[in-house]
Design a protein around this ligand. Structure first.
Ligand SMILES: C[S@@+](CC[C@H](N)C(=O)[O-])C[C@H]1O[C@@H](n2cnc3c(N)ncnc32)[C@H](O)[C@@H]1O
Length: 281
């Protein structure tokens, strides 16, 4: 099955100007399955057919976009920027980010965005996300990593020291990850590069706000560990699957933190979003 979105990009029907989170859903949502949510494992499956990508836009695209509606008020730092989208799916979260967040000055993403890293275990979703990112940012380097979060190693996670790195976790930390995945160590690793790190996590329908939920776990950890810097010689080891490299000595401070739970009028569903700005030096 060919990918209609990639075809439209190649034929020039979809352009950097007319492609947004809304037009992607409106133009390419389809309902090829009689029971959509089941064909998509209730939106949490790892898809192997482009029909599922289109069905996802139909069944869950509106909800996916709604989660990005309540933005946090903050000013973005200007400078060379990398966006990393963990469990990026077909690119809807990436589009929400670049279409909704803007810089305070008269510059645009084109001026600042130097690279995009897309991480996703579904190859067909990754292909679509890559085509979308490349269309929107032809001058940026687009790197794809075809893996689950739990499979990433130090080489995957050694990012360029850009001024600004934006880490997106959109509807991914609420997916059950394997037991050996340590979210806190993962967070420490991805923010160990010198520079400014924005972490944006969005999650849907958190029925009970308890400590078992990754979004809350991460929020509390950052508040406890990084809002006040107690130990100036904190050593952050790279602790993922490969052997730890030379421990990097860095200091981190969380300069902005926000946690927001909100409902949408449409279906009264509740969403939770977390934002953190970490400066590593
Ligand atoms: C609900 S979708 C969200 C997609 C995208 N982030 C968005 O907000 O539009 C969840 C995505 O996570 C991917 N996924 C599932 N298990 C994963 C894992 N263990 N690690 C990384 N991604 C995973 C799925 O393939 C799917 O693309």
């Amino acid at each position: 099955m060919t990918d209609k979105v990639i075809e439209a990009i190649n034929s020039g029907t979809l352009t950097a100007d007319n492609l947004t989170h809304e037009t992607l859903r409106e133009k390419y949502k389809r309902q090829p399955y009689e029971y959509g949510p089941e064909a998509l494992s209730r939106g949490r499956g790892i898809f192997d057919d482009t029909d599922q990508l289109d069905q996802y836009l139909y069944s869950y695209g509106k909800m996916g976009n709604e989660q990005w509606e309540k933005q946090f008020e903050f000013s973005m730092i200007d400078g060379d920027t990398t966006i990393i989208d963990y469990g990026c799916g077909q690119g809807l979260s990436f589009l929400n980010l670049v279409c909704r967040w803007s810089h305070d000055d008269d510059k645009t993403w084109q001026d600042y965005l130097k690279s995009v890293i897309l991480i996703e275990p579904s190859q067909i979703a990754l292909n679509r996300a890559q085509a979308i990112a490349q269309l929107k940012f032809p001058d940026a380097t687009i790197r794809t990593i075809h893996k689950k979060l739990e499979e990433l190693d130090n080489d995957d996670l050694s990012f360029d020291a850009n001024k600004v790195t934006i880490h997106i976790f959109s509807q991914i930390l609420d997916i059950p990850l394997t037991d050996n995945f340590n979210l806190v160590e993962f967070f420490e690793t991805i923010t160990s590069t010198i520079g400014t790190h924005y972490i944006h996590v969005v999650s849907h329908e958190v029925d009970e706000m308890n400590d078992q939920q990754n979004i809350l776990k991460l929020y509390k950890y950052i508040v406890n560990k990084h809002v006040h810097v107690d130990d100036p010689t904190d050593e952050i080891c790279l602790v993922l699957k490969t052997d730890p490299k030379e421990p990097r000595k860095v200091r981190k401070i969380a300069t902005h933190m926000a946690l927001n739970t909100f409902k949408t009028q449409r279906n009264n569903k509740s969403y939770t979003a977390m934002f953190a700005c970490i400066t590593t030096y």
